[in-house]
Design a binder for this molecule. Structure first.
Ligand code: 5GP
Ligand code: ZN
Length: 116
């Protein structure tokens, strides 16, 4: 565990979060500042800085995707659709360097990017 990492501290129970789903290797909780009607963050319990680092561990990557799908089902998003997003690095505006998938849905999400 990285004691300076916000999401490691959520995994450790040091910082509260609204958990919606949990497996032995992953945790899903509501984003504190939701950008859509449903906005859930899905993380591996183990620390990886970003999706590039996570991809070196195929089992952890698969666990994260499976949990993201379970969250989408649990939140009732699979019928109308949803967006699964990994911000990675500066250009994408990544703020927390513990990899997290954003599960976004519950309403039409608009264009993929605000730029164009
Ligand atoms: P990023 O920009 O790194 O892809 O996304 C970080 C996300 O974490 C943001 O959507 C932000 O609202 C969320 N966030 C930041 N701090 C906290 C927190 O303490 N608890 C929760 N649940 N979400 C957080
Ligand atoms: Zn971490």
């Amino acid at each position: 565990m990285d004691h300076d990492c916000l999401f490691c501290r959520i995994v450790a129970g040091e910082i509260p979060a609204t958990v919606v789903y949990e497996t032995p290797t992953t945790l899903a909780f509501r984003d504190i500042d939701p950008k859509a009607a449903v906005h859930v963050l899905v993380i591996p319990k183990e620390h990886y800085a970003d999706v590039v680092a996570l991809s070196a561990d195929p089992a952890a990557s698969a666990d994260l995707l499976a949990t993201a799908s379970s969250v989408a089902e649990g939140e009732g998003l699979t019928g109308d659709g949803f967006r699964l997003m990994f911000n990675t690095g500066r250009f994408a505006g990544q703020e927390v360097f513990h990899v997290h998938a954003h599960v976004l849905g519950g309403e039409p999400l608009g264009p993929m990017l605000a730029l164009r």
